[in-house]
Design a protein around this ligand. Sequence first.
Ligand code: SAM
Length: 247
Amino acid sequence: MDAFFVDLFAEIQPDLWTEEASDAQVASLVRLLGIRSGMRVLDAPVGDGRIAVRLARLGCDVVGVDRSEAMLTAAARRAADAGVPLALHDHDLREPVATDAFDLALCLWGSFGFFDDAGLDAQTAAAAQALVPGGRFVLDTPTAETLALGFAPTSCKRIGERFLVEERTLDPVTGGVDATWTLVRGDGTRASARFRYRLHGITELCGRLRRHGLDRVEVYADLDGTPFVVGVARRAVVVATKGEASA
Ligand SMILES: C[S@@+](CC[C@H](N)C(=O)[O-])C[C@H]1O[C@@H](n2cnc3c(N)ncnc32)[C@H](O)[C@@H]1O
């Protein structure tokens, strides 16, 4: 796994989402996808379980996978605190998880873009294979169309007593975003980490999904189902349904 996720990301991740914001995301997901008790959900990657535990609380049967020990430990703690069952596995997103086992596979908060083309195909294949026919793969991701709107080579945001400086470049030929995050802590100490993200245009993303049997694709601008309008949308939420033919 990219070293980025081991140290710096694990340090700030708990402060990037408030509980209220995660509550709102899950409420939107429930409405958009008609999530109900008993649905089988794969959350890949699960991160600290902020979405998975909420869905388990609603009665879904949730499996979460991730490669970060810190995230899996945090997710297990969250599930224990909430008193809900949550199956967690140390598992690479590019490896098959299961076959025809889930109604939904979630890949939220920009988690589709960590790999090269072969890796992204493997990630897509693993998600498609895990779904029952008619099951849905849900991605929440920046795309070329959305990132271009607000692209800045440098940005800085305050997180409590700390500042997070992000420097980024975008290669339009490869779609590669190279980012360096520098965290300046309240005591003046700093930590930096780099990561690379493979940005898709919407059409290219839909093509990748279709090649893996996810043949009906809907695109929204948010988890609440806001229509995706180029020039306005700041994010893409893609819902791709596995066709019967690929069963
Ligand atoms: C931005 S977080 C998103 C987590 C979660 N989906 C959420 O919305 O909170 C990205 C996660 O991907 C995980 N990750 C990165 N590379 C991975 C890999 N190769 N296999 C599995 N998980 C990975 C990281 O450990 C991190 O928890």
